[in-house]
Design a protein around this ligand. Structure first.
Ligand code: NAP
Length: 357
């Protein structure tokens, strides 16, 4: 039987938004195109209702005209008439592929109309706890608010296409006690660590990462560790912890004010050599520790033993190793490509597939 169709309002036409459109319009560029009728018959059909960015919104046919407009500050709002028109469709979904911190009210307006929200945007899920509470009514006092009709899914916010949130949710719902999660959650910082281990000078490793489009426009954003900290907040909240960004102990990869020059290159090369002597690799490790007193989240550059799962990564891969009561001797490890448009768009589509009826 053919799968039910979903109707999507896509917000964001950057790396992720465009990869999403490439897939749903059949213009995906993969090394091995899908020739299997089985996969295409089982794929969830997506009808693109409208596409929005900071400049306004358009149909798929009018997208080139929308992209030709100048970026708008503040972004053009998505009005009630547009949401009402979307809500009239079956399996209506708002897909957020922006990095905006101001989308919580939009999610609330959409879900009140029965529109599902699927997001790659960490900011509303990792934002201040009050805003988070408005998105997850089960956390609020009983009877305080009506349950929104539209559901919210956010698998793509941690590890892009990797099933990190899904795995954590499964462990928790099966009653397994999570003791610790060790993660490498930044493609940029993972790449830089791997290059350092190969002897590449730090400033060169950062420059290559920037050239290849792995970093934020300003690589210091990645080096600060704040993006990783947001992902830890999302994971900690899955464990029921009322954690916020300011609760995460973040040590940046390098001092935010230090110039990325030869002095820093020498400092980091010496640090890598010290760890190597001890049989360790320098990695940017993000950790959740579940203790008697609560959940503790931290991120920073540390040496890990060569046998540790985080020491075995290459390129821009990401990882989450779950140490639980039932996965004690050997952690449950999820690892693979943790960044990029196609894998992130794939996670958005998988979330949509789980919502359509
Ligand atoms: N890239 C990855 O590998 C990856 C992986 C996992 C998760 N993510 C997350 O996915 C999201 C998108 O990432 P990206 O790399 O695609 O970002 P991007 O290339 O910077 O694109 C962001 C898009 O969002 C639009 N936008 C921003 N604020 C808006 C607003 N308030 N209303 C409407 N549109 C708005 C921008 O509009 P204009 O074009 O008009 O400026 C732009 O089209 C981010 O939250 C990111 O953290 C990315």
């Amino acid at each position: 039987m053919p799968r039910a169709e979903s109707t999507v309002l896509l917000v964001g036409t950057g790396v992720v938004g465009r990869a999403f459109l490439d897939i749903v319009t059949g213009n995906e560029r993969t090394s091995r195109p899908d020739t299997s009728a089985i996969t295409s018959a089982r794929r969830v059909p997506v009808r693109v209702f409208r596409i929005a960015n900071s400049r306004g919104n358009a149909t798929l046919d009018d997208l080139p005209e929308l992209l030709a407009r100048s970026p708008h500050e503040p972004p053009v709002a998505i009005d009630d008439a547009l949401l009402d028109a979307l809500a009239a469709k079956k399996n209506a979904v708002l897909v957020d592929a922006t990095a905006s911190a101001d989308v919580t009210p939009l999610y609330v307006r959409a879900r009140a109309r029965g529109i599902h929200v699927v997001t790659a945007n960490k900011k509303p899920i990792a934002g201040p706890f009050d805003g988070y509470r408005t998105l997850f009514p089960r956390l609020r006092e009983a009877g305080e608010h009506d349950e929104p009709r539209g559901k919210l899914r956010y698998s793509a916010t941690v590890g892009a296409g990797l099933p990190i949130i899904d795995t954590l949710q499964k462990l928790v719902s099966a009653g397994d006690a999570v003791h610790r999660i060790d993660c490498v959650l930044s493609g940029t910082l993972g790449f830089v660590s791997n290059e350092l281990a190969r002897g590449t000078p730090f400033s060169r490793a950062v420059a290559i990462a920037k050239e290849r489009g792995y970093t934020e426009p300003d690589p210091r954003e990645d080096l600060s560790g704040n993006d990783v900290a947001r992902k830890l907040v999302i994971l900690a909240r899955e464990l029921g912890a009322e954690l916020s960004l300011s609760d995460v102990a973040v040590e940046p990869f390098v001092d935010a004010h230090a110039p990325l020059d030869a002095r820093l290159d020498a400092e980091l090369a010496a640090r890598v050599a010290r760890h190597e002597k001890r049989g360790e690799k320098l990695v940017y490790l993000a950790r959740i520790d579940v203790r008697k007193g609560g959940v503790v989240a931290s991120a920073g550059p540390v040496g890990v033993a060569r046998e540790h799962a985080a020491a075995t990564l290459s390129g821009t891969s990401a990882l989450a190793a779950f140490y639980t009561a039932r996965n004690d001797a050997l952690p449950l490890v999820v690892s693979g490509s943790g960044a990029g448009g196609p894998v992130t768009a794939s996670a958005l589509l998988a979330d949509i597939a789980g919502l359509v009826v």
